[in-house]
Structure formats: C-alpha cells, structure tokens
Design a protein. Structure first.
Length: 179
C-alpha cells in the first residue's frame, strides 16, 4: 500500500495470481501442505552446477481449477459495452464435434508429460510446464473452430498462409506469438 494507492490496489485483478516458491530443497511436509491448499502454488527446486549453470526442477504444483462464472442476460453488459463470452460459455454452446476435437487436443497435450498442467482461465485454457506453452480458445459460433496460441518464436518456423500467423505485435488472448 505504501508504493501504490488503495484505489490502484483495489483495481488489480487478483484472481489469476500464482505463488512460486524456489528453494534448494523441500521436505514432504512442504509438498503435502501445498497439496492441501487449493491455490496456484508451485514449488521449484534449484541446483547450482559450477558457477554458470543453474537447474530448476518443478517439484510440485497445484493448479486451482475454479473459474469464475459470469451470467449476462444479453449481448451487452450494464455499461453498454459488448460482452465477451467466457471460455466456459463458449464450451457450453459448442457442437459435439467441436467438443470432441477440444477434448482430443486436451488429452493429447496432457499425455505429453506428467508435468504438463492444465489451467482454466476466463477467456481461454492454458497448458504449462513452468510457463504456458499452449493456450486454446473455443469459437463455436459462425465458423466453429479452436484457436491455439503457441509459445514459439515465429522466426524459427515456416508459417503457412491461412493456417498460422505471427501475432507478436497483435493484441490477442493467450500466451504465445504464433496463432
């Protein structure tokens, strides 16, 4: 509160916060305590090799999966602005074929490693190891499709017209520079 005003502090959206604890080691009680708390908490163990090599190991991560549900009666909210549908609202109105595609993608990405974590966010879903590497949003209306944002440097891959694009300098949801 000393650095920012109370008004500024109240304006911060604290719903997506994450606590990252980095230490040389954790005991079983630390890991158990983190599992009992339904909050976004990561335990990361570090090990220093020589003077210039640092290893970070994700020991334990708890991801809170309780997205906030917003109910809106019409296409606009009370202040006249257009309402953006949440990911849960998009999923609830998706066709069975689109839902199946979404579930297949989710299952495949989670099967890549036991350390892959799934996080439901307000406007999209994210997959991460320590940081997000893939975000997905469902668009069930007009042109039903899934939109993926990948954490890849667009300069290191060949983009295909109509399939992928560089969104580095374009405002977008999700983490990643390739859409």
């Amino acid at each position: 509160m000393e650095k920012i005003s109370k008004t500024a502090a109240k304006a911060i959206d604290w719903s997506g916060t994450r606590l990252i604890c980095i230490a040389a080691d954790f005991n079983k009680y630390d890991e158990h305590a983190v599992q009992q708390i339904n909050r976004n908490i990561n335990l990361i163990r570090y090990k220093l090799f020589a003077d210039d090599l640092l290893m970070l190991e994700l020991v334990n991560a708890v991801v809170e999966n309780s997205p906030q549900h917003i109910t809106v009666d019409g296409p606009t909210s009370g202040n006249g602005k257009r309402h953006t549908r949440t990911q849960r609202e998009q999923l609830s109105s998706a066709s069975p074929a689109l839902l199946s595609l979404y579930e297949q993608l989710k299952s495949y990405v989670l099967s890549l490693s036991d350390e892959v974590q799934f996080k439901e966010l307000k406007l999209y879903d994210a997959f991460r190891l320590i940081r997000n590497f893939l975000c997905v949003a469902v668009y069930p209306v007009t042109d039903p499709h899934l939109r993926l944002w990948l954490k890849i440097n667009p300069q290191h891959i060949q983009l295909e017209e109509g399939f992928s694009r560089d969104v580095t300098n374009i405002g977008h949801w999700g983490t990643g520079d390739v859409d």
